[in-house]
Design a binder for this molecule. Structure first.
Ligand SMILES: Cc1cc2nc3c(=O)[nH]c(=O)nc-3n(C[C@H](O)[C@H](O)[C@H](O)COP(=O)(O)OP(=O)(O)OC[C@H]3O[C@@H](n4cnc5c(N)ncnc54)[C@H](O)[C@@H]3O)c2cc1C
Ligand code: FES
Ligand code: FES
Length: 472
């Protein structure tokens, strides 16, 4: 089978592209569309941003993605717009381009195509021209010379453009995405059901399971590795679902952060805030919670949140499915309890209980587009001025995310005030022995984690005796 997609309005059918080729390399090297730039090749700078419309659960809208992290077969059945596709056939500038010109929002121009495409996707999303939203829409793009004020100004002018995905929807309707693609010694499967995934997992035990590719794409982009066999979860309808029931939110393994966000933030606004700080829109439009958990990074942002919320993960294999708490699934540094042949099918987050408060804090060197130094997530239930229950989970404090069980035990059943936290530093040191790295020293991490508990108490408890925050 060939990879079929619309590129700037023209159908492409590609059958000679090795499956691990990044979209960026293909655009620049094969399609000779060199407007899309390579800055960092690791999802940080946004110079490679393109807009992709993927038919998802009956909906179609353009989203900004990093072409450096996406593999060409991921485009099957999609519509792609690059900066070359913006201007009209007569050369008339697209409103996004005109706005950039009018606002003097470009100097060397290297970042400009990426900004233009991030703006193109933002403008069609129906979002208002509010400063925080514009900043969020542009947080995945870096400019080293113009500065951001004129770019933000240009972006403000183009809010609310008509949704051009509607025009291409009929073209994509007949296309049956999902494929069995081979080129040379690389194969890429995009099955359409969980049962097919399980069959393929059994047939190719060493295959790579690909969700959004925001972690795996780095291997292809930065390390120039290729994957002999890739199994994508993206086309499996069962995995694209978010089900909200009386007992919780079930998030399929192929649901992106962007898709999961409204469901999560409705019940847990603080978890929503954490998700909004995962990478950039480009990353969140592809990345998944399942990928974050499977990656089992000690600084994966969703893992402490899921641990604090007593979330569980459902695993699926040919022999059947099983569920376990996320806390038990993460067994070590980048190690999980996933057995050979299994895939993550979904993540289940219980709905909040009446007295439960959920609070999460991310500490990183930059606010946007940065990995956590320490991430803390707390599920707290108070009764009569005291702590009925606390689950406190941390990332960045050990080889794997985990709970601060000494801290939890020390405050449970006690009044929730500054006095009850007098031993917090010692307790934190009993729970964790963090390492020092370029993001922070071990002592910074311990002090910061203890201070986050103090902050939690200050924000949720008796404020008449404010918690003393230790200077860092
Ligand atoms: C620029 C940049 C910024 C980032 N910022 C953050 C951040 O702020 N916070 C953060 O936590 N992370 C961050 N990340 C990391 C990454 O975006 C997340 O870990 C993301 O959740 C990965 O999801 P994915 O769908 O892209 O996974 P993929 O890259 O597709 O896969 C990741 C791993 O999960 C496995 N996997 C995927 N789906 C399944 C499944 N269903 N069953 C079994 N295994 C599976 C894959 O085999 C692979 O090992 C960032 C990454 C980049 C490039
Ligand atoms: S090249 Fe920098 S984000 Fe892709
Ligand atoms: S205009 Fe030069 S990097 Fe932005």
């Amino acid at each position: 089978m060939a990879i079929r997609f619309l590129l700037n309005g023209e159908w492409r059918s590609e059958d000679r592209v090795p499956a691990s080729t990044t979209v960026l390399d293909w655009l620049r090297g094969t399609a000779r569309l060199t407007g899309t730039k390579e800055g960092c090749a690791e999802g940080d700078c946004g110079a490679c941003t393109i807009a992709v419309a993927r038919p998802r659960r009956g909906a179609l809208r353009y989203e900004a993605v990093n072409s450096c992290l996406m593999l060409v077969p991921q485009l099957d059945g999609c519509a792609v717009t690059t900066v070359e596709g913006l201007a009209g056939p007569d050369g008339a500038l697209h409103p996004v381009q005109a706005a950039l010109v009018e606002a003097d929002a470009t100097q060397c121009g290297f970042c400009t195509p990426g900004f233009a495409m991030a703006m193109f996707a933002y403008a069609q999303g129906g979002e208002p021209a509010e400063e925080p939203i514009i900043h969020e829409a542009l947080a995945g793009n870096l400019c080293r010379c113009t500065g951001y004020r004129p770019i933000v100004e240009a972006c403000r002018k183009i809010a609310g453009l008509p949704d051009s995905a509607a025009q291409i929807a009929p073209d994509l309707q007949g296309v049956q995405a999902g494929m069995d693609y081979r080129c040379g010694d690389q194969a890429y499967f995009a099955p359409r059901s969980l049962a097919e995934i399980a069959d393929l997992r059994a047939q190719y035990p060493d295959a790579v399971v690909l969700a959004g590719g925001t972690d795996l794409g780095l291997l292809a982009s930065k390390e120039r590795k290729s994957f002999p066999v890739t199994i994508s979860t993206a086309q499996v309808a069962e995995l694209q679902r978010v089900l909200v029931g009386r007992d919780g939110i079930e998030i399929g393994a192929a649901v992106t952060y962007t898709e999961a966000l409204p469901h999560i933030e409705q019940h847990y606004p603080a978890f929503g805030e954490i998700i909004r700080r995962i990478g950039s829109r480009q990353i969140r439009n592809l990345g998944t919670i399942a990928g974050n958990i499977a990656n089992a990074s000690p600084i994966g942002d969703t893992i402490p949140c899921l641990m604090a919320l007593e979330a569980s993960v459902t695993l699926y294999a040919k022999a059947g499915s099983r569920s376990m708490p996320v806390e038990d699934f993460i067994i070590g540094y980048r190690k999980t309890a996933l057995a050979p042949g299994e895939v993550i099918a979904s993540v289940h987050i219980p709905l909040p209980r009446p007295s439960q408060q959920f609070v999460a804090y991310k500490l990183s060197k930059r606010f946007d587009q940065d990995i956590s130094t320490v991430i803390a997530a707390f599920s707290l239930s108070l009764a009569g001025g005291g702590v009925k229950a606390l689950r406190a989970a941390f990332g960045g404090m050990a080889a794997k995310s985990g709970r601060a069980k000494h801290v939890e035990a020390a405050v449970t059943g006690k009044p929730w005030n500054a006095e009850s936290l007098k031993d917090i530093d010692a307790l934190m040191a009993k729970d964790f022995s963090p390492m020092s790295d370029q993001r922070g020293t071990a002592s910074y991490r311990l002090r910061a984690a203890a201070n986050l508990v103090r902050r939690l108490q200050f924000e949720t408890g008796d404020q008449s005796a404010p918690a003393r925050v230790e200077a860092l």
